[in-house]
Design a protein around this ligand. Structure first.
Ligand SMILES: [Zn+2]
Length: 265
């Protein structure tokens, strides 16, 4: 297995456009599982490199809609596999054929878990205490919520019953993200900036799923704001000094498209 990790900005991933399909795979345990499968048949080099961090809102694409096989396929065809680079973990199926695949259930679990974190974060930002009271379940000794997808129960250690549920919700978000990095560890190393003559902390990314969780962590720690483009509906980051109200298009191209549409009316 390729265990190499790269600096956030140097991290490239490979996508193999339109060579993925969904099917059944005989796994090592002998069970038939739904999987996303990479086909290496056909002409030419099957992979294109890209730099995932150029799109710091990619995690919205991953998490934001209900997990279905069609969604997994669309995401893989656009951004590649989640874990093994190049799908280089060739597994031998029952017919003695090497197969390059990831189980769909793993994709679904990560999508659901990330959606849950984003849902919490949304309620926190909107100060939607009513929704938070549905997301956080009260136990006799404090607050707790259940993560139904990884079958773990996290206790949020707050013994009083606060009216404002922001703090227990923040703790729930922290716990879920911490758990994601137990599944998909990211090492930190120190980078050296020769021009500025300083050191900086740098995450070492080795696969796409850990990058997606890193993006989520960045959003909650740096309090980054995102919104959907009024034209193409893609998520993009709003950086100061622009505000949520003034910036409604993701790019010059979408701005121009909206202008042309207004003019045509
Ligand atoms: Zn746009």
């Amino acid at each position: 297995m390729n265990d190499l990790a790269y600096n956030l900005d140097d991290f490239t991933w490979q996508v193999s456009n339109d060579r993925y399909h969904i099917g059944d795979v005989n796994t090592e345990s002998g069970e038939l599982k739904r999987a996303i499968i990479l086909s290496l048949e056909g002409e030419g080099l099957p992979f294109n490199d890209y730099v995932p961090q150029k799109n710091p809102a990619m995690f919205f694409d991953f998490a934001n809609t209900d997990p279905t096989e069609a969604r997994v396929l669309a995401f893989a065809n656009q951004y590649g596999s989640l874990k093994p680079k190049y799908f280089n973990l060739a597994k031998i199926d029952a017919d003695n054929e090497p197969k390059y695949y990831e189980e769909i259930s793993e994709w679904f679990n990560e999508m659901r878990e990330m959606a849950k974190v984003l849902d919490f974060w949304d309620s926190i930002n909107k100060k939607d205490n009513e929704k938070l009271s549905q997301q956080i379940h009260l136990e006799s000794n404090g607050y707790c919520y259940t993560d139904g997808f990884f079958k773990e129960q996290y206790l949020v250690r707050i013994n009083k019953k606060p009216k404002d549920l922001t703090n227990p919700a923040l703790e729930a978000v922290a716990t879920m993200i911490d758990a994601a990095f137990v599944r998909h560890p990211i090492k930190r190393s120190l980078g050296h900036n020769y021009v500025e003559k300083c050191l900086y902390r740098s995450p070492m990314i080795k696969d796409l799923i850990s990058l997606l969780w890193f993006q989520v962590e960045e959003m909650v720690v740096q309090n980054r704001a995102f919104r959907t483009c009024a034209v193409c509906k893609k998520y993009f980051e709003i950086k100061p000094p622009v505000t949520r109200k003034t910036k409604i298009y993701c790019s010059g191209a979408c701005n121009a498209a909206a202008y042309r549409k207004r003019k045509a009316k």
